[in-house]
Unconditional design. Structure first.
Length: 74
């Protein structure tokens, strides 16, 4: 969803949240904007990595009583 948002909109959001209340620019404000812009790419990478877990390994973990999240994450 954030992939379609232009960087200027994210920059304005970071400006209104991190710059205006403190009345000065900071590295934290820039880091906030960059962090928000990285969410879609990071999410896609994590989703691809989780899909690399073989189905047989997931089924085996579930058969041993692991939760679905634990079966994929570990």
């Amino acid at each position: 969803m954030l992939n379609g948002v232009p960087s200027i909109v994210i920059g304005l959001f970071a400006y209104s949240v991190a710059v205006l209340p403190f009345r000065r620019f900071s590295a934290a404000a820039g880091g906030l904007a960059l962090g928000i812009m990285m969410i879609p790419a990071d999410r896609a990478d994590h989703e691809e990595l989780l899909n690399l877990v073989p189905a047989t390994l997931r089924d085996g973990a579930l058969a041993l009583g692991a939760t679905r999240a634990r079966a994929v994450a570990r």
